[in-house]
Design a protein. Sequence first.
Lengths: 246, 175
Amino acid sequence: MTCKEIAARCPAYLSGEMEPESARVFAEHLRNCRACNEEVERQITLDSLLRRSILSEKVDTTALDRTVRAHIALERRSFSPRWLAVAAGIAAILLAGALSYRAMFASPPPKLCVDAARDHRSEVTLAQHRRWLSDPNAVADLGQRNGIPASLLAALVPPGYRFEHGKLCRLGGEVFLHLVYAQGGAEFSVYLRSSGTQSLSLQQVQTGGEHIAYVRTDRYTAMFVTDRSSAAALSLARSAAPALIA
Amino acid sequence: MGAQQDEFERTAMPHSSSLLRVARRLSSDAASAEDLVQETLLHAWRNFRQFRSGTNARAWLFRILLNAVYAQSRRQRAEPVTLGISSSAEERLPDFTASGMSEFDAADVARAFAALPARHRTVLLLGVVEGFTCREIAGILSLPVGTVMSRLSRARHALRVQLSSAAKCAGKGAS
């Protein structure tokens, strides 16, 4: 083997892919050629430095794994006959009178709901975000600038709850107004944006520990996210629905 | 949990940290990297029936990840940026000794690595950090094995050139 061949075949030697006979010839060349030997040693050292550098970085996938599992659970559930039966049952109840307006079930984009759940978990449950607006007038102003009237914000507050704070956030590439309301130690999130869809739809989604009621009207998309229960999420959405369709 | 999801948990989910580590080095920010890995794992889940049990799941996952990275790059219309000094093959290699090179710390190497073009970072991540063979990398990147070997050589060369730039600034790596 020439020095040029050694250089060309070095990657296969370093990854241990060389045939035994070729590896023997390669090693023999290294024993007899100081320049090639030093070059290969430098490459081994460089590889080791690079591995150490990259592998020393801490990688925490806890939240990511949870999100992936939540997506998978949602997808499995959306194809599950049992879930369809539950959804149909909820639809029947809603259509029978829990809501007094035209309602229909449609699949919300699951990713949007999962994104909302993840955002609620990190920013409300785990309080990882500090830059909230707590002045209701400033939040109302923010809402106005994003097509959400102050009267709607006032009407969204369920009985017994108080407004905590709000800010803009991005979910699924769209800007939402994120509002947080509290009752005692319990908090829930509303993610709200102006939309241009034509009908009302409402669906419950559960992902991880969060329960989401997803509402779409002819003017708004809203997600009500709570850690408490599906019934609580649905109740919050039902309480806000008249304001959303007004 | 169904049998298929059980199998997916055992086969694919343990690789999420390796996927994220690589995605972080190939995407513009941490959030994009997480999105890429999420997209990769969900794609793998949706196509898990096509995965043949007993074949190389890691290589399959990295292939999906790299496709997602390329797609993201196309969406962002962002060309890989090479910072610092040139990494052309003609550039004269610094004459570090192996012991001189060990003076570099993790941060020096990380900075030099980050300045490499994406194609160089990709083969180094797969071959050196993740331990894939040239043949496996060829499968992941859909390239001939010879191309992978020459790209690995050029990538190692480019990394040393970048490190020499750092050495000149910090007085490290001298033989």
